[in-house]
Design a protein around this ligand. Structure first.
Ligand SMILES: [Fe+2]
Ligand SMILES: [Fe+2]
Length: 253
């Protein structure tokens, strides 16, 4: 398992890497604009959260486990999410499409965040959303021929793969010393949470998923695979030794 210091350094380094060629201009067809833009506005908003509730939960957690570097890593993680929001925002600006201030999905998620000070629930929520984000941005990339948008999506996809590892490791650490019973019911509770969240994301952004060639069946099987590679992997039998046995290379999703 990587240390929080490792993640702090990774995020600091990655923030300096520029992967988007901003001399390009957006080029979307009328049909693509109709299918994509409303959804893009919602993701742009979601990526711009100031993360203050996540920071509060992380601060509490970092103190509990005596890992101050974790808090710095979370600050940089949020900065990276905000970079996604800013890149999508610039793209919308160039198309003269407004950046929205409210969206039902975002409002719902903000309500959940507001009441949530528990690091386990936070990590599960972020991990679930990151998994949907990977399929979403891949669909968005497939749904258009616009090179600028494709580059923005590629940049996000590279970042998200690391985000999933970062959150996965934290969840592994949080759950590793739990009793067999706690671990048993968690797998089912996590699955219910994961499945309901991913279904809501699909319904809200179905036009983009479909335009990118992902119908619900394909989406569901991809998400099930991701669940197995991340959350289910935490609750294997003989799980008390899973941390030492796991290879902590980047998870291929
Ligand atoms: Fe993001
Ligand atoms: Fe992310």
């Amino acid at each position: 398992m990587k240390t929080s210091k490792y993640w702090e350094e990774h995020f600091s380094r990655n923030l300096k890497v520029k992967r988007v060629n901003w001399t390009l201009q957006p080029s979307l067809t009328k049909d693509q604009k109709r299918k994509i833009l409303r959804s893009l506005q919602a993701w742009q908003l979601a990526e711009t959260s100031d993360g203050k509730h996540l920071i509060a939960a992380s601060k509490k957690h970092a103190e509990q486990v005596n890992d101050p570097d974790f808090l710095s890593a979370v600050h940089l993680f949020i900065k990276e999410e905000n970079k996604h929001g800013e890149n999508l925002g610039i793209y919308l600006d160039r198309l003269n499409v407004s950046r929205i201030k409210a969206d039902w999905g975002d409002s719902l998620f903000r309500q959940v965040r507001y009441f949530n000070t528990n690091m386990e629930l936070w990590t599960l929520t972020v991990l679930t959303v990151e998994n949907t984000a990977q399929v979403y941005y891949q669909s968005l990339k497939n749904a258009t021929q616009c090179t600028l948008l494709k580059e923005i999506c590629t940049d996000i996809l590279i970042d998200e793969a690391f985000h999933i590892n970062f959150q996965f490791e934290r969840l592994a650490q949080i759950t590793r010393n739990m009793s067999a019973f706690s671990r048993f019911w968690r797998l089912y509770a996590y699955w219910i949470f994961f499945f309901s969240t991913i279904t809501m994301v699909y319904i809200a952004h179905r036009k983009v998923f479909r335009a990118g060639g992902i119908n619900f069946n394909r989406y569901y099987s991809k998400m099930k695979l991701k669940f197995n590679k991340t959350i289910k992997r935490l609750f294997r039998p003989k799980s008390n030794v899973y941390l030492s046995k796991l290879k902590w290379e980047q998870i291929e999703l």
